[in-house]
Design a protein around this ligand. Sequence first.
Ligand SMILES: Cc1cc2nc3c(=O)[nH]c(=O)nc-3n(C[C@H](O)[C@H](O)[C@H](O)COP(=O)(O)OP(=O)(O)OC[C@H]3O[C@@H](n4cnc5c(N)ncnc54)[C@H](O)[C@@H]3O)c2cc1C
Ligand code: FES
Length: 277
Amino acid sequence: MFEIVEKKDLHETICLIKVTAGLIASKALPGQFVLIRIDEKGERIPLTIVDARDGLLTLIFQKVGKTTVHLGTLSKGDSLADVVGPLGKPSEIKKYGTVVCIGGGIGIAEEYPVARAFKEAGNYCISIIGARTKSLLILEDEMRAASDELLITTDDGSYGVKGLVIDELRKIIDRGKPISLVMAVGPVVMMKAVAEVTRPYGIKTLVSLNSIMVDGTGMCGACRVSVGGKTKFACVDGPDFDAHEVDFDLMIGRLKMYLADEKRSLEEFTKKQAVHS
Ligand SMILES: Cc1cc2nc3c(=O)[nH]c(=O)nc-3n(C[C@H](O)[C@H](O)[C@H](O)COP(=O)(O)OP(=O)(O)OC[C@H]3O[C@@H](n4cnc5c(N)ncnc54)[C@H](O)[C@@H]3O)c2cc1C
Ligand code: FES
């Protein structure tokens, strides 16, 4: 059983859970994820392994649709039907030099284990984290500890510098100190924008692609993305890819494919919840 032993609300729409999964926790590496299923009838969704220690996996999720809203209703003591992983290729952690780690919104949760590993590997780690508004900014203390420098942006200026993460990235590039690698995780439009900022400078840039996934084994094709003109499966070939090679527009289109079904499914779930409460 995959028991939830801790649950914390980081925001009205963002939860942290710790789940018992000893074998997965013993194997997990930064950049990897799990596919979870709440119950036998539930869909599988991918969530990044934010931390793995003492036989526990830390997962942080934003309630965006039916399954994540359902997951948010579970409490300490409840269990998940399945947790499969660790999946995906681990991020390539080595000493690069100066690394810029960018996390946008819930992407901060996905960036954190990688930033921590980059710093532990001896890199000079500059992190930029951004959110729409102050209350949506997560893991500030953790990211500060994982970074040599931490820059914060909010779209509305309620905390940190008013603006977007790419504005801070431009400032860092303008300092003229060589940057060996930029790694970005967040909304697809943000990752696309990061790629366009670094492209003219030829700075190696990686993104962790959050495509729709079903089986996580490279069999179903749900997570397919186009990278360098070739079809890749985010679950087994990624989730990290060269940002300058990713066809982001195709990915944005694919993420919208099931919008009507996703909306209906959330409405039905919310109605059922209202009846039972
Ligand atoms: C490798 C990987 C790691 C991930 N790690 C995390 C994580 O640590 N925390 C977290 O909160 N989320 C993470 N995600 C995204 C998460 O899997 C989706 O938010 C979740 O599947 C949505 O399921 P749902 O049924 O609640 O919403 P759905 O009903 O599927 O969707 C509701 C809304 O969210 C949008 N949406 C659905 N899937 C995604 C997606 N993958 N990316 C962006 N928008 C999406 C839909 O277009 C729709 O607007 C990750 C995705 C991948 C591929
Ligand atoms: S999720 Fe099925 S191929 Fe990647």
